[in-house]
Design a binder for this molecule. Structure first.
Ligand SMILES: [Zn+2]
Length: 172
């Protein structure tokens, strides 16, 4: 997560997203970019920038809650912090339910992890004036055509869009 990390694969703070088949909780990332781990240094995988909030949350969690036994054992990040399975990795279902409870606590109603990806894509498109290439690279989509297909559609609240519709509708 550090800037100027030893891997030298990105100057800004970043993560390497690495596919592993043998995780104890059977979780796997979809992406299969080649990677390796030499002397504790990861190279390769899919590299993504991380936000200041992500870095802050990561270090707060690692220094205050994350059990040392988990670090030396399975090495997975999201673990159970109480109960009989303290220190064991969260299952995918466990992570989803944690996310759902957090959404309810925050007054957001029922939320699904994938919504964060949609919201992020929409926010990046808004902030970049609809730049599909920036959105593709920021969100890790394989092609800007995919972003266009999923998110690049007209904002239905856009005044120009509404004006066009009103015009067309008044002609029929
Ligand atoms: Zn790196």
């Amino acid at each position: 997560m550090r800037e100027n990390a030893e891997c030298a694969q990105a100057r800004a703070a970043h993560v390497h997203i690495c596919h592993r088949e043998a995780n104890v909780n059977k979780a796997r990332v979809k992406t299969k970019h080649p990677w390796d781990l030499v002397n504790g240094l990861v190279r390769g995988g899919l590299i993504r920038r991380v936000s200041p909030a992500m870095i802050h949350t990561y270090f707060a969690y690692m220094t205050s809650e994350y059990p040392r036994t988990a670090a030396t054992g399975h090495g997975m990040l999201l673990v159970q912090l109480g109960g009989d399975h303290y220190g064991q990795p969260l299952s995918a279902a466990g992570a989803r339910s944690m996310f759902r409870r957090a959404g309810l606590r925050a007054g957001l109603g029922r939320v699904h992890p994938h919504q964060t990806r949609h919201n992020f894509a929409t926010a990046v498109l808004d902030a970049s004036g609809g730049n599909l290439v920036i959105a593709r690279d920021a969100g890790g989509w394989a092609s800007s055509a995919t972003v266009d297909e999923i998110y690049g559609h007209t904002d239905i609240h856009d005044p120009q869009f509404q004006a066009v519709l009103r015009k067309v509708w008044s002609q029929t």
